[in-house]
Write a protein that binds this ligand. Structure first.
Ligand code: PLP
Length: 364
């Protein structure tokens, strides 16, 4: 069946390029690729398989269900689960590595490991300033040795997460690194060794070499989104569509819900099958743009659930075969997830992870 709607083109060579950027920054460090939230909207299974082929060491997801999807697709690479505490059984059944952020979960993993007469590797999360999850960096000096002493628990990794490594002012991030290093040193003195120490998200990969340790956890940069001043990453996802209806409208014609756009001149209006249900935010009403024939076409009126209307009056030769680019490049023009994020007051992470389930991902 011909594609009727919008679709996402996923450029795997851009993904490889971005992984090389991580490597250039971190040497032959271990790379844990963050593929949670369906690989930031890019499709976790395909993205993970590609990154594994390119030599990453581990994968990271938020929830156990996400890890199970990867296992069921045949992926055997170690997978860390960042934000779950209850799916103890699944971690054993699917050979997953839990991130442990409190003592009661650690005890449950130990009890189940003993029952199954096997060990389980865990990564222990310490809160150095993010304030989200983990052992308080101070109390961790007594609590982590207690975890390490639990039967059949193998404390493989010690990790923490930055709250603002992306800021120009690195003071707080440096404080977080110092707290982490000091804890790791104290634990080493207590004979608790971790095979992996890791803290670095993309921002820290790019700008905080002291946080690279022997493993890094990039997410957004793999998908080609940088931070102010960062060049050299290639966007992986393009969101494209086509025109399903093209009409001439006289001056004074209302377009879309609420008549917030009224044509001021004889206009050509194109209806495109993508809407807020596909992650094309309603906040782009009357301010979004798409690329057609290498030119920018403004969104006319409100974004609907399944469609938008574009004012293509100033673009010559628009027809039903014209490609519509909502995110991506066309000719000399481009619209990035970051551009959209800036327009609607959010971050590229949200723009990318919002690309809906109806949107078919096509891998190139
Ligand atoms: C625990 C953890 N590590 C690493 C990352 C990757 O962060 P980024 O996408 O900013 O590289 C995330 C993402 O939010 C995370 O939650």
């Amino acid at each position: 069946m011909e594609l009727q709607k919008a679709f996402a083109e996923i450029n795997l060579s851009a993904l490889s390029h971005n992984l090389e950027v991580v490597r250039r920054k971190t040497g032959d460090n271990n790379i844990l690729a963050v593929v949670k939230a369906d690989a930031y909207g890019h499709g976790a299974v395909e993205i993970s398989k590609h990154l594994i082929k390119k030599g990453i060491s581990k994968l990271g997801v938020a929830f156990t269900e996400e890890a199970i999807e990867l296992r069921e697709s045949g992926i055997t690479t170690p997978i860390l689960i960042f934000f779950d505490r209850d799916n103890i059984d699944a971690c054993f059944t699917y050979n997953l590595t839990p991130v442990v952020f409190d003592f009661s979960a650690a005890k449950k993993f130990s009890a189940e490991a003993c029952r199954r007469k096997r060990k389980i590797a865990i990564h222990i999360k310490v809160d150095t300033g993010m304030g989200r999850l983990g052992f308080d960096a101070g109390k961790a000096r007594t609590e982590i040795p207690e975890i390490a002493a639990l039967e059949n628990i193998e404390p493989e990794g010690l990790m923490s997460h930055f709250s603002e490594a992306d800021l120009h002012d690195k003071d707080f991030a440096i404080r977080q690194i110092k707290a982490f290093v000091s804890l790791a040193k104290d634990l080493k003195q207590k004979k608790i060794h971790f095979k992996y120490l890791h803290m670095a998200n993309s921002a820290a990969v790019l700008s905080l070499p002291d946080a690279h340790f022997n493993m890094v956890r990039p997410g957004i940069m793999l998908y080609g989104c940088g931070f102010p001043g960062v060049k050299g990453l290639k966007p992986v996802l393009s969101l494209k569509s086509k025109i399903i209806y093209l009409k001439k409208a006289p001056p004074g014609a209302p377009i879309s819900y609420g008549r917030t756009f009224i044509t001021e001149r004889k206009s050509t209006i194109a209806t495109v099958p993508v809407g807020y249900a596909d992650g094309y935010s309603r906040k782009l009403s009357n301010c979004g743009e798409a690329l057609i024939n290498g030119k920018r076409a403004p969104v006319a009126g409100r974004v609907c659930m399944d469609t938008i209307m574009l004012d293509v009056t100033d673009i010559p030769d628009v027809n039903y075969k014209s490609e519509v680019v909502l995110i991506g490049k066309q000719g000399k023009e481009s619209i990035t997830a970051g551009d959209i994020a800036d327009k609607i007051g959010t971050i590229p992470y949200e723009v990318l992870t919002s690309v809906g389930q109806r949107i078919k991902r096509i891998y190139k």
